[in-house]
Write a protein that binds this ligand. Sequence first.
Ligand SMILES: NC(=O)c1ccc[n+]([C@@H]2O[C@H](COP(=O)([O-])OP(=O)(O)OC[C@H]3O[C@@H](n4cnc5c(N)ncnc54)[C@H](O)[C@@H]3O)[C@@H](O)[C@H]2O)c1
Length: 390
Amino acid sequence: MYALPITEKYAAEAAILGVYDTNVKRSELLSRKTGGKIPVFNDFHRMLAEVKPDAVIVTSVDRYHHEYIIAALEAGCDAISEKPMTIDAEKCRAILEAEKKSGKRVIVTFNARCSPFATKIKELMRAGTIGQVYSVHFEWFLDTVHGADYFRRWHRRLENSGGLLVHKATHHFDLVNWFIEKDPVSVYATGSRRFYGQPSEMSGPRCHTCRHKEACGYYIDITSDAYRSLYYDCEDVDGYYRDGCVFDPEIDICDTMTLHVQYEDQVSMAYSLTAHSPHEGYRLVINGEQGRLEAEAFAHKHNAAVTSREIKVLNRENEVATYRVPSLSGGHGGADDILMRLLMREQTADPHQYVAGSRAGAMSLIIGAAANASIASGQIVQVKDLLPPL
Ligand SMILES: NC(=O)c1ccc[n+]([C@@H]2O[C@H](COP(=O)([O-])OP(=O)(O)OC[C@H]3O[C@@H](n4cnc5c(N)ncnc54)[C@H](O)[C@@H]3O)[C@@H](O)[C@H]2O)c1
């Protein structure tokens, strides 16, 4: 996402001055793949002191984002953080405080905003097509290829990722917050684990050594080109393996979740996230004073008939306008290129406000954090009890 574009396409605007990762083999791989000139550090603070960068790009495991963001701000750097900005309210408050004290800036890379499809929805909402917003209905489904992957890796522990309601849904909540331009007030959630992390006749220690590899539909080959250099070859450094069993009882995150989110101005959202669907994508409905926007973007890996990609706006005069938005080539439907251009070429105009700051980072992750608290307590959680007014 960052290293190759910066060293190739944006070499005139930016340079990577150093790389740090707790797994030094992965840092060395990044340096090698980008021409062998990027120095590898085994101490993050020493790296900051020596190379004095303008900005630090944070792409570590989510639970550590706040450590690097805060250290970067304290060293006088801007911080560009992968989503989610962090995984809980306490770490979020610490980031916001450090940003305020430092006078530097936190950027959160919500590349989902930059897709042409999401951009069209934003444009229709900005144009006031459905008038004042009353309610949102949002269903997101991950298929058993993409969805299962979160249950093999570090994401499968709540302490690492905040679960899918933070790690994944921060994108979804950010989209809604960006579309309707309202802040969340309270969250009630339920969640369960129905599909992964359950005892199965296919259970094993990990795919690589599993005796069910021929028969299991969730087997991945960690020695294949897709995973070998970044993961399998680096296992000896930290013992981390990326092909954990999706039926492992150590999994403690939910795979089936439903939320009621109350926003300001009496706007409400019903949201659900399913991580074991036969197809992948979302359905979004926004009801307003003057009509209703319906958006569908989903696909089935093996059945082209189960595909939809259109936005409809229905008004009170019984008219329906339909929009079909082609995606672009490149990572995440062309979104990654658009975001990189904005981050690296600061003079690039950003009329849609694709570049998000700490406020958007906080407002999206806090819905997930509040949902986690609600699932644990069975109570409605007020956002103001987790975050001061921003
Ligand atoms: N916006 C997107 O579309 C998108 C897509 C994928 C991942 N991400 C984000 O990128 C980040 C990385 O995800 P990934 O899928 O590349 O995971 P990954 O497991 O491939 O990489 C995580 C890296 O963090 C390193 N690490 C672990 N603990 C660390 C620590 N304490 N300090 C420093 N480094 C540490 C690991 O060694 C590893 O190299 C996550 O925050 C994730 O949410 C965003």
